[in-house]
Design a binder for this molecule. Structure first.
Ligand code: SF4
Length: 239
């Protein structure tokens, strides 16, 4: 705290730690829960991207840690994730210049966004009050889950990530199958991320003869499926 306050004073920053009746407060690790939840919820790409990029391990670790904790931390992270998602979707719904989502569920994503924005946008202004946005989400959640490689338009009946034991109200992001699931919608950023992923696969296969046969086969399969998906779902005007 002393270091932080000296740092803020040197740079004339207003976000130093306030004192408590003239003394630095007594901080405990519990007080960092909201901070930690905030970062987990807002880390780049969100949970779906984490699942895809780290082959599910990060999700399993996080869910194992948070799920076995009696502290309520998991609830805190989920509430923060819902708020982050609500803020992002409200901004998307309010942007008239935003390119429409594409992909298998692109039209449905647009319909859900339009409905959500009826509750979150008034005279062009987005609801920014956190408590109000939480209430709106609780009643009118569009069940859209933005990620790096896809935007999940969750519909449990056609979700490939679910098994009979999974709860029906949330996608099982650790088992996402974005290239095959009919709940997949795509923003231009999602398409760009998938295109970059395809380039990485192609670069890895340039030296394919040096790879173990099983690894090479898996990469070739991923490359083939990703290229076919992009061919099917890249709008003609996209780069
Ligand atoms: S498999 Fe389908 S429903 Fe499940 S997270 Fe992926 S896109 Fe969403």
């Amino acid at each position: 705290m002393t270091w932080i306050n000296a740092y803020c004073a040197q740079r004339e920053r207003p976000d130093a730690i306030p004192d408590d009746r003239g003394r630095l407060p007594h901080l405990t690790t519990r007080q960092f829960r909201r901070t930690l939840a905030w970062f987990i919820a807002r880390r780049p790409g969100g949970t779906i991207a984490g699942a895809l990029q780290y082959h599910h391990q990060r999700i399993q670790m996080f869910e194992g840690y948070a799920g076995t904790s009696d502290s309520g931390f998991r609830d805190e992270v989920e509430a923060e994730e819902a708020l982050t998602r609500g803020q992002l979707l409200a901004q998307m719904g309010a942007d008239p210049d935003r390119p429409a989502l594409t992909g298998p569920a692109g039209a449905e994503a647009e319909a859900r966004l339009a409905e959500f924005s009826r509750h979150t946008v008034f005279e062009g202004q987005v609801v920014t009050d956190e408590a109000r946005l939480r209430r709106i989400l609780a009643r009118h959640d569009p069940h859209l889950y933005p990620g790096t490689f896809l935007t999940c338009v969750y519909n449990p009946d056609r979700a490939l990530c679910r098994n009979p034991a999974s709860p029906a109200d949330l996608p099982v992001m650790s088992d996402c199958q974005p290239l095959a699931c009919r709940n997949t919608a795509l923003t231009p950023a999602n398409l760009q991320a998938l295109t970059s992923h395809l380039t990485e696969l192609e670069e890895a296969l340039v030296d394919g003869e040096r790879l173990a046969p099983y690894v090479r086969h898996r990469l070739q399969e991923q490359q083939r499926v990703t290229a076919a998906f992009l061919t099917r779902h890249t709008p003609e005007s996209a780069p």
